[in-house]
Design a protein around this ligand. Structure first.
Ligand SMILES: [Zn+2]
Length: 246
């Protein structure tokens, strides 16, 4: 099984690793350890490169299965036993970490105000959307929620990562609220992300260390998805994040 460095150190952007299996038909390699996030929980996969001496192979896709984390490569396929240096596209990943953390802050603010759990979500670097069941939402809520979200982020709250046993997690109401029960029963160790005092969720993704790194955010759109369901779109309030946020 691949050592998932991103799971304990989201700021690791480079690793040395060894190729432990290859799949020539599919053009992918299994590594013994990786900083590449294989996707999940609405966070897209990392892309980047593997360096072998002077050669550079582009990592165009990553996926985890029961064998570990597979990396799809362009430019060739190294043999089993080859030592590689892996580097993720850090600008993209860091923007995802900020975006992902802002999504948690939104969950916290919506829960505080409406006691509404999140029902789904997705993100791209710089923007994302979350779905909530908020029967009593109206347009006048948008600005106060955006303000509360920015105030929460500006409180410089620490974002803590911990692990707990499945039995323990299944008993915790706040984790059940965020759908720990949707995680397959075979997963026995639950990773928990805690924005202390704001939001606590079972979660496999990558986040920043404190909310101040998120910076200001904007609610770009609130859509009705019928029967009390609302889709809230959020974007990082910096110029590069605007692309594609509509
Ligand atoms: Zn998360």
């Amino acid at each position: 099984m691949t050592e998932q460095i991103y799971s304990v150190d989201s700021y690791a952007r480079e690793m040395t690793a060894e190729v432990v299996a290859t799949d020539v038909d599919d053009g992918r390699v299994l590594l013994d350890r990786t900083v590449f996030y294989p996707g999940g929980g609405g966070q897209p996969v990392d892309v980047g490169e593997l360096a072998i001496g002077d050669d550079r192979l582009q990592v165009v896709r990553v996926k985890q299965d029961s064998d570990g984390v597979w990396h799809w490569l362009e430019g060739g396929l190294p043999k089993v036993g080859t030592k590689v240096i892996g580097r993720i596209d850090w600008d993209r990943r860091y923007r995802l970490m900020r975006t992902h953390t802002s999504m948690h802050a939104l969950c916290g603010v919506i829960w505080e105000r409406f006691r509404s759990p999140v029902t789904g979500g997705n993100m791209e670097p710089g923007h994302g959307r979350l779905d909530f069941e908020i029967p009593n939402w109206d347009a006048s809520h948008r600005d106060p929620v955006e303000q509360a979200l920015n105030e929460a982020i500006a409180r410089h709250l620490p974002v803590e990562v911990s692990f707990m046993d499945r039995e323990e997690a299944d008993l915790e109401p706040s984790l059940i609220r965020t759908k720990v029960n949707l995680i397959p029963p075979s997963v026995r160790r639950i990773r928990v992300i805690d924005i202390v005092g704001l939001d606590r969720q079972a979660d496999g993704g990558t986040h920043v260390n404190t909310t101040e790194e998120v910076g200001r955010v904007r609610i770009t759109k609130v859509q009705s998805k019928g029967r009390g369901f609302r889709r809230i779109r959020v974007a990082l309030d910096d110029p590069a994040a605007d692309r594609g946020a509509r």
